[in-house]
Design a protein around this ligand. Structure first.
Ligand code: ZN
Length: 419
């Protein structure tokens, strides 16, 4: 058993200025006031040092191994950027993807991200890197043809529910502009046959949305809805250019919109109408996108940006308030990706993170959710726990050697011709 105390606890629903948590195996046994915490004789004790104990982040849209392409194609729009990235990605090997992903896993764990939805190549390597580092992952291959769609059957069979349930597999469709209708139809069939969720880039740029209207006479949202791909376990990354009908279809289908504010702003794609979509009943999760268009995997930074961006866009200071922003980045992400985590409450999976209570930017903190969203930074994370295991604490990793990972990542970036 593990007992964590001397913390300001934010459970995802409630705040406790003097909180405590008990963890038994992979589950939470108690979360609440320290004074009411049952005795835990013989438990391993973690003294929180007055820091904030909160649910971890779940990154709803990422291309983890793109950490190797960080800094490539800066100051370009999405389509020019893609034409710079694709020739580099033609040189990817399983080994390169493994080390790029380990590099990403290290960065995410250090910044409190405990799981993510990946879309990339050689997803078996992404699964292997997740097993080796202990992080959660929802794997999807970014399919662009029927052969790739068929390969998802094997990926699903070999990896779905592996790693004590930390690894899941979804059917990935790269996007409308890189697919034929025959392929999308096949992806929906295979995905449904497997019982898998879906993961797709959707309505990211004006160019994509206008192109789809020209090619197919409908918006990307209408197109994927009509193809039967939008459902309760579908992750639709971006949703920047959405009309009223698109928003209604998202709400009706129960699909998740994954908001990627830093990537959308950096690639000059625009602003997603998050507040309008939330008010219409659309479920929203948060993502960083790849490190080549963000250029970090810091969910804390994207969460803060998402919140203040919606306030500025709507002129309403209550838009995407602190509690809603945390929920989007934690609980909603865990639900979207398929894990029983994202809240610190009895019976849930023991996933949580600790922020440094002695950090100058977190003193004082009369309002804990506000401190998390508006003041904290990813580098304030001092501990990341997944399924009751402390994977990162005070600069030390349980599962990986950071010097080895950085060295191998640099070697892989060299092999790719990035540096
Ligand atoms: Zn993406």
């Amino acid at each position: 058993m593990i007992r964590i105390d001397h913390v300001a606890l934010y459970t995802g629903k409630e705040s406790f200025q003097d909180g405590a948590v008990l963890v038994e195996g992979d589950r939470i046994l108690y979360a609440g006031d320290r004074a009411a915490c049952p005795p835990a004789d013989g438990a391993q004790h973690i003294h929180g040092g007055g820091g904030i104990l909160m649910p971890g982040f779940y990154n709803g849209h990422c291309h983890a191994a793109m950490t190797l392409e960080r800094g490539v194609g800066s100051d370009l729009n999405l389509h020019d950027w893609l034409h710079m990235i694709w020739p580099i990605e033609a040189n990817l090997t399983p080994e390169i993807v493994y080390w790029g992903t380990m590099h990403a896993n290290m960065e995410m764990l250090m910044r409190g991200c405990l799981g993510y939805a990946d879309m990339y190549f050689f997803e078996e390597e992404v699964g292997r890197a997740a097993l080796d580092s202990g992080i959660r992952v929802n794997l999807s291959r970014g399919c662009m043809n029927i052969k790739e769609v068929d390969s998802v059957r094997t990926l699903y069979r070999n990896w779905h529910e592996k790693g004590e349930g930390k690894i899941r597999v979804s059917m990935g469709v790269h996007g409308e502009y890189t697919s034929t209708s025959e392929m999308v139809r096949h992806a929906v069939e295979v995905g449904n046959e497997l019982g898998a969720g879906f993961h797709v880039h959707m309505s990211e740029t004006r160019f994509e949305t206008d192109g789809c209207l020209e090619r197919r006479g409908v918006t990307p949202t209408r197109y994927f809805y009509d193809m039967g791909m939008l459902a309760s376990r579908t992750l639709c990354a971006h949703c920047v250019h959405m009309n009223d009908e698109d928003i209604r279809l998202m709400a009706d289908s129960g699909a998740y919109m994954v908001h990627n504010p830093a990537s959308n702003l950096k690639l000059a794609s625009g602003f997603a109408p998050v507040e309008r979509m939330r008010k219409a009943g659309v479920k929203v999760a948060l993502g960083t996108d790849g490190a080549s268009s963000n250029n970090t995997l810091d969910m804390m930074g994207d969460m803060r940006l998402a919140s203040i961006l919606q306030k500025g866009l709507t002129g309403d200071p209550t838009a995407l308030n602190a509690a809603d922003s945390i929920s989007m980045a934690t609980r909603s992400g865990a639900e979207a990706l398929g894990w029983d985590a994202g809240l610190i409450e009895e019976g849930r999976q023991a996933d949580m993170i600790l922020l440094d209570g002695s950090a100058e930017n977190l003193i004082p903190m009369p309002d804990i959710p506000a401190a998390i969203v508006y003041a904290a930074q990813g580098l304030n994370v001092t501990m990341s726990m997944v399924q009751g295991k402390v994977l990162y604490r005070d600069g030390q990793f349980l599962t990986l050697d950071p010097e080895e990972v950085k060295g191998k990542a640099l070697e892989a970036a060299r092999e790719l011709g990035v540096i």
